[in-house]
Write a protein of this length. Structure first.
Length: 159
């Protein structure tokens, strides 16, 4: 005689089988890092004949990467060229949420996601024969979906 499956299932359930369920851990805040490729960056230098200045340019891929499982929005990224010899910022520009919207179509970083852009620096002047020692500094302001404010930074040397 064959015992119907549902009777066996009911017998197994009555014999003390329990299902243990735990809520997934709650994420308190996002975790955002800035990555830059390549790292270090290469400064491409042009020295026009007869000009007392040379001009540097660079092109990099900069990404904000979320790794805790909670998305949010980029409010801005400050990009600074830091002169190591003079110990000061030579120039700074703020790339706001509207810039990200125009470049990437969004300023949002999804949970476990990334938002990558390519800010280009062109025509940075410096005296001919005196290649500057520079670092590029990226400093972001990110607000996650729970309202936490994160401010990751990344320093990258220029070769």
């Amino acid at each position: 005689m064959r015992t119907p499956f549902f009777i066996l299932l009911a017998a197994a359930a009555g014999a003390g089988c329990q299902i243990h369920y735990e809520d997934p851990p709650q994420i308190a805040a996002a975790s955002v890092a800035i990555t830059v490729a390549p790292d270090p960056l290469r400064l491409l230098v042009t020295c026009p004949p007869g000009n007392s200045n040379c001009f540097g340019s660079l092109d990099a891929t900069v990404a904000l990467v979320e790794s805790a499982g909670l998305g949010g929005r980029v409010e801005y990224v400050d990009v600074s060229l830091y002169n190591v010899i003079a110990a000061k910022n030579d120039s700074q520009i703020r790339l706001g949420a509207d810039w990200f919207q125009a470049q990437a179509g969004t300023n949002r970083v999804e949970a476990m996601g990334r938002l990558a852009v390519r800010p280009v620096v062109q025509g940075y002047p410096f005296p001919a024969g005196q290649q500057p020692q520079l670092e590029i500094v990226f400093a972001a302001r990110f607000v996650d979906d729970k309202g936490n404010v994160l401010e990751p930074t990344k320093r990258v040397p220029l070769l």
